[in-house]
Design a binder for this molecule. Structure first.
Ligand code: IVH
Length: 691
């Protein structure tokens, strides 16, 4: 590495922060090249020099130690050194409640869904939300056989050896069901964290920013002897796959866990009313600082497990549970500059460049300012002292300014009328909050951001093709559009800095591996405004194949067409989404991209995940009239979980109409069509029973 670095003592915190960021990225890239691709891109001496510089900077600016700092990866073992574990039952996330009204809504939703009367009590088990790392511990015949991280919820990393070093995880459990996955949170107690950091500092090793990072760093050691030296703890609170046993309530399960020797949270309580829930929330919030572990809220779970089952899930969170977060942590710092980022759909987003400051254990140097109105309403100016807040994983926000500290020469911020990336006119539509660059494809920022989205984890997820590579390839003209990725050749890469023969071949292989892709991912990857993962799935499920989807989009472009009507009847597809979908396909350039990709790729037809031999798999079902044993939402969720499509209106495509009392025009229409199986609620239940 070049030796022209300025002495650490001469640096301003901001400069140090920028350099630390660069170093973290560079070292991570080299680690990956070295450990995963076996293709180091720099000499050992260079590598060591970078690490030393990072250490020196961190020693001089301890507040600026990054959560992703290379110094925290002792031994520099990459996470992917662990085996992968597919979770038998996905590890989900939780929806959030921020105030009492959100909690009341949560309870109301449950009542409505279950069709409960106002006076029927709904017991809620409330317990602290532990700020640690969720793990799944699998027991077969009472023996601990495997432990895994959450990962993306579907697949985690096998950290069995490391988890075995936790004294709080029993190796065997007596009288256990055949299979039991215990889920819980691994954390480091605050006192253990302080002791660890003191030890680390004494030995000249790196200190951790907060207990959560320390726990994560300790669990992800490839050498479990290091994990064993760190005191990690556990609270168990949920289950994954279970064979041969069930529990009537969440509380009964916690009791069983306790009897087996798992630690459960001592503050867990069953509450019978909203008032009781909120009282417990306040009590625990008041005790928060005195607890020996970090918590970031309270989790509420419907106590009855039969109700949990009926309530089921929406997307990736259960309907029967929610996290009531504690208010965000705040800090005051200086806003040095307002910069503008141009996103993939051309939106100009103002970003606050901040004097780095630690909020809730993380160094923050940038925060979102949302849009022009946000800045105007709060009169946020460059040079102001600002209050910033960070809640959970949410992007930090500028909450307000501190007027007393405003510099005398400050001036109101003027939002740009030109795109800072391409100079095109930036305009704000009537009634819209955002300002958009009108440059379209000539705007490099938009093109690059679209490409980054295309290769991102939930889209094409091409190993070795990340944001940085996309930017570099774009700049050199190698990849201008998504389809260009699939005609890349290894020779084009090998003479580039940082690329060897092996890494080039690996990338080409990784690209080839993604020529086959699921339809929902493909739709999501196109980056159509408002069409996220969930909508991608909905569209894939409804149309089945890429051809069918495109045909439907073309047909729907006619106002008043039947296709447009059908599109609008799909649950989860709103009018403004339809506008964005149709606008996308009305652009010849976008059609050309989809055409090209369609030629190059094998986009797989959508497969319903849980159909098995369900009698309603792939059937289109319509519910009409009133239902007696379940709500409409519940009926719909159940049908979908069995692989059926639920539509809002009867057409020739309808297979089954479930008609309760009061069914009118839909029933009539179904009778006219003549090919539709018309069932009453009892017949429907018989049909799906046992599935
Ligand atoms: S219950 C079906 N209980 O919070 C989901 N989660 O935001 C069951 N967490 O991934 C989760 N403390 O890692 C539950 N007492 C607690 C928790 C808890 C922490 C974490 C968990 C989950 C995340 C969701």
């Amino acid at each position: 590495m070049s030796g022209n670095h300025r002495p650490v003592e001469d640096l301003l915190p901001m400069e140090a922060a920028a350099e630390l960021e660069e170093l973290a990225q560079a070292i991570a890239a080299h680690d990956k090249a070295y450990y995963q691709d076996d293709a180091p891109t720099i000499s050992d001496a260079d590598y060591d020099a970078r690490r030393q510089r990072n250490d020196a900077l961190e020693a001089a600016f301890p507040d600026l130690v990054r959560p992703d700092s290379p110094s925290k990866r002792v031994g520099a073992a990459p996470a992917s050194g662990f085996g992968k574990v597919a979770h038998a039952v996905p590890m989900l996330s939780l929806g959030n409640a921020f105030d009492e009204a959100d909690v009341a809504d949560f309870l109301d939703r449950i009542r409505r869904f279950l069709k409960l009367t106002q006076d029927e009590p709904v017991e809620i088990l409330a317990e602290p939300k532990i700020d640690g790392l969720s793990v799944s511990l699998r027991y077969e015949q009472g023996h601990f056989v495997r432990g895994a991280t959450r990962g993306d919820g579907a697949t985690g990393e096998d950290i069995t050896a490391n988890l075995r070093t936790l004294s709080e995880i029993p190796e065997t459990i007596a009288g256990a069901p055949e299979v039991l996955e215990v889920r819980g949170e691994v954390y480091m107690a605050k006192t253990d964290f302080q002791a660890l950091n003191a030890r680390q500092a004494d030995n000249g090793d790196k200190v951790f920013a907060n207990p959560r990072n320390a726990a994560a760093g300790s669990l992800r050691q490839l050498d479990s002897r290091i994990t064993a030296e760190r005191k990690l703890s556990l609270f168990a609170y949920a289950w994954g796959e279970v064979v041969g046993r069930g529990w009537v309530t969440q509380q009964a399960y916690l009791d069983a866990l306790k009897a087996w020797g798992f630690p459960t949270n001592p503050l867990a309580r069953v509450c019978g009313s909203l008032d009781k829930i909120i009282a417990l929330y306040r009590d625990i919030e008041a005790a928060r600082a005195s607890l020996d572990y970090d918590i970031d809220g309270i989790v509420y779970k419907v106590n009855r497990t039969d109700w949990q089952k009926r309530l089921g899930f929406v997307a990736r969170s259960p309907r029967w549970a929610i996290a009531h977060k504690f208010p965000a942590e705040k800090a005051v710092t200086r806003l040095n500059k307002i910069s503008i980022q141009v996103g993939r759909t051309g939106s100009l987003t103002p970003v606050a460049e901040l004097e780095p400051v630690t909020v809730g254990g993380v160094v923050v140097s940038r925060a979102t300012l949302h849009n022009e109105d946000y800045i105007k309403d709060k009169d946020i100016r460059e040079g102001d002292a600002v209050v910033i807040q960070r809640a959970g994983d949410v992007i930090p926000q500028v909450v307000e300014i501190v007027p007393e500290q405003r510099p005398a020469d400050s001036a109101p911020y003027a939002f740009p009328t030109q795109c800072p990336e391409c100079g095109s006119h930036a305009e704000r539509m009537e009634g819209e909050a955002r300002t958009r660059c009108t440059g379209g494809l000539i705007c490099p920022a938009q093109a690059v951001e679209r490409l980054k989205h295309f290769v991102s984890r939930d889209a094409f997820d091409i190993e070795g093709l990340g944001k940085k590579q996309v930017e570099a390839f774009w700049e050199d003209g190698l990849v201008k559009q998504p389809q260009d990725i699939f005609s890349l050749r290894a020779e084009q890469l090998t003479d580039r800095e940082g690329w060897g023969e092996k890494s080039a071949e690996n990338l080409i292989a990784a690209i080839a591996a993604r020529r086959t892709i699921a339809l929902d991912r493909f739709i999501y990857a196109l980056g159509i405004p408002q069409i996220g993962q969930a909508t991608g799935k909905t569209l894939a499920k409804n149309f089945g194949t890429l051809d069918a989807w495109r045909e439907a989009m073309d047909a729907a472009s006619l106002v008043g067409s039947e296709a447009r009507q059908q599109l609008s009847e799909i649950d989860g597809i709103g009018p403004s989404m339809i506008d964005d979908l149709l606008a996308f396909f009305s652009e010849p350039h976008n059609r050309a991209v989809v055409d090209a990709l369609q030629d190059l790729l094998n986009v797989q037809a959508f497969e319903a995940p849980t159909v098995g031999d369900s009698p309603v798999a792939d059937k289109t079902v319509v519910f009409t009239g009133s239902l007696e044993t379940m709500t409409r939402a519940e009926a719909k969720a159940r049908a979908e979980s069995l692989g059926a499509k639920v539509a809002g209106s009867v057409s020739k495509k309808t297979d089954i109409l479930v008609a309760g009392p009061g069914a009118g025009s839909k029933r009539k229409k179904a009778e006219e069509i003549g090919t539709i199986n018309i069932l009453d609620e009892a017949e429907w239940l018989t049909l799906v029973e046992g599935t």
